[in-house]
Ligand binder design. Structure first.
Ligand code: FAD
Length: 516
């Protein structure tokens, strides 16, 4: 993916695109893949970096949703379990099976959760990842050595999927680009073009050059996530908001809090939800919260109250209580929930598809796990609206960019692209040097991100091509100068650019801060 070429294509195009997609998160990328795979001509526009919204800030689970099962959302769980299976088959380099342990401190809970998770297995059918089993306390401790043992009566072991959200997103975009889609980050949709009471295109501003242009479209797909009401109101200023925003935050701790391959599910938090503690890229990720917001911030951050809540709740189940100074990083995301009454925790995680006016289709809500089926329904509808030639969806069995069955080494998450990164190292062995002793990243990944994944800023690399800023904010600040130097060389930037980039990373790191 080369941004200069993509921009030129978008600016110079005279004909309408079959679809213009607004938003470069999971939903927009899924739509772009589906439409491009059907042979439609697609332009995707993202106002920040790809995935800078909710789609890089999830809990990283490809799951049916044990909590939704308890809430009785059976059809959502069924669909998500089906998609979970497809996703692991189509992107085994990014999605893998993760064992979860649910510790029980009351004997009857072992049976109750054991039966519930058996039902989860049954619903998964042939898409089941692993069989759930009820286990004795000693087995819980063997799988989770740092669990609190006082009063432990047993537990249930079950399986779900884990992934790296922004890495999967980049590979989705590359899948779309491989099939001819035009994709632009740092390209804001500033307005809609209308004629005869229908939407016929979008006004775009390239945030890097300030260039403005119009992209004509047979249909515009609004996939702006928590900001989709803004796009709807560009078409109809009196449109009632369809979304409720809810913030979910995560805390990242050192691996010593969960020194195992298994994850911990805390089934009942004081506010009646669940909390996960998950091994992720060598650290321990714990989340999440559910805080209703009146509007969605562009750069959400975990509040001290949320951090304290997560640490306190996790501490009830861990032998060692995590403290504020143990926090390596935090990150927060905004759930785009389709309004359905009640509090945000109880609102359905289902998605909604809405035709605002001819030429404008909004898709929102849902989950990362179900992005593909959401996209299938959306492109079916978009093709009808735009009177495009009917073509069948082909993404159920579509292997995603980078597909590679063996993703075991440190570059494994890049799938088949790992060999391209190794070639960069062969040409310049200094690129193999780790960028920081606390994190598993090297210079070649920075060069690759700029050359092939459209990374434009140091924050793009540290946050969404690598996950450094989410894993360890202090280490990220320390490695930022080397990342900036490598990027400046690739992008032809000067020392002033480097200084600006480092200031921006400092500001972000303060957002995700530690209190030390
Ligand atoms: C805390 C949390 C944890 C979660 N955990 C999980 C999980 O473990 N598993 C799971 O399956 N799901 C999970 N989800 C849900 C999942 O992350 C979301 O459903 C999904 O990421 C939403 O993607 P999206 O593309 O709709 O929105 P976004 O990712 O927010 O994308 C919308 C994009 O539109 C862009 N945009 C907005 N306005 C404009 C404009 N004018 N011009 C151009 N671009 C614009 C934004 O910059 C943004 O990047 C979680 C969500 C949260 C909040």
């Amino acid at each position: 993916m080369n941004r200069d070429l993509m921009l030129r294509r978008a600016v110079e195009r005279q004909q309408p695109w079959d679809l213009v997609v607004v938003g470069g998160g999971a939903t927009g990328a899924g739509v772009a893949v589906d439409a491009a795979a059907r042979g439609y001509e697609v332009l995707l526009l993202e106002r920040g970096d790809f995935g800078c919204g909710t789609s890089s800030r999830s809990t990283k689970l490809v799951h049916g949703g044990v909590r939704y099962l308890r809430q009785g959302h059976i059809s959502l769980v069924l669909e998500a379990l089906r998609e979970r299976g497809r996703l692991r088959r189509n992107a085994p380099h990014v999605v893998h099976d993760l064992e979860f342990v649910l510790p029980c401190y009351r004997r009857r809970d072992v049976l109750m959760y054991g039966i519930g998770l058996k039902a989860y297995d049954l619903l998964a059918g042939r898409n089941r990842f692993g069989r759930s089993v009820m286990v004795l306390p000693a087995e819980v401790v063997r799988r989770l050595p740092t669990i609190r043992t006082k009063g432990l009566r047993g537990g249930v072991v079950y399986h779900d999927g884990q992934f790296d959200d922004s890495r999967l997103l980049i590979h989705l975009l590359m899948t779309a680009a491989d099939r001819g889609a035009c994709l632009l980050n740092y390209a804001t949709v500033t307005g809609l073009v209308r004629s005869n009471n229908a939407v016929t295109g979008v006004h775009v501003r390239d945030a890097e050059s300030g260039t403005e242009f119009v992209a004509a479209a047979r249909v515009v797909v609004n996939a702006a996530g928590p900001f989709c009401d803004e796009i709807r109101q560009m078409a109809n200023p009196s449109a009632q908001p369809m979304l409720a925003a809810s913030q979910g935050s995560h805390v990242v701790l050192d691996r010593s809090f969960l020194p195992t391959h298994a994850a911990l599910l805390i089934p009942e938090t004081p506010d009646g939800r669940v909390l996960f503690a998950i091994p992720w890229h060598g650290q321990t990720l714990i989340g999440t919260t559910d805080v209703a917001l009146s509007s969605a911030p562009v750069e959400p951050h975990a509040t001290e109250t949320e951090i304290a809540f997560i640490l306190e709740t996790a501490g009830r189940y861990l032998a060692r209580q995590p403290r504020r100074e143990d926090v390596l990083s935090t990150f927060a995301g905004i759930r785009p929930l389709v309004k359905s009454g009640g509090n945000t925790a109880a609102m359905s995680r289902d998605h909604a598809l809405r035709v605002e006016m001819p030429g404008l289709l909004t898709i929102t809500g849902g989950k990362w796990t179900t992005y593909r089926s959401m996209a299938e329904g959306c492109v079916n509808e978009a093709a009808k609206l735009a009177k495009l030639p009917r073509r069948r969806c082909s993404t159920e069995e579509l292997r995603l960019h980078g597909y590679h069955a063996d993703a075991s080494d440190s570059l494994g998450i890049y799938g088949s692209d790992a060999s391209e990164i190794r070639k960069l190292i062969l040409a310049d062995p200094s690129l193999a040097t780790p960028l920081h002793s606390a994190l598993p990243y090297c210079g070649a990944e920075v060069v690759w991100a700029v050359q092939s994944e459209m990374a434009r800023t140091v924050a793009d690399v540290l946050t969404r091509r690598m996950r450094a800023l989410f894993l360890n904010s202090r280490a990220s600040v320390e490695m930022a100068p080397r990342v900036a130097e490598l990027m400046a060389r690739e992008l032809g930037r000067d020392s002033q650019w480097i200084a600006e980039q480092l200031r921006a990373v400092d500001a972000l790191a303060n957002h995700v801060t530690e209190s030390r």
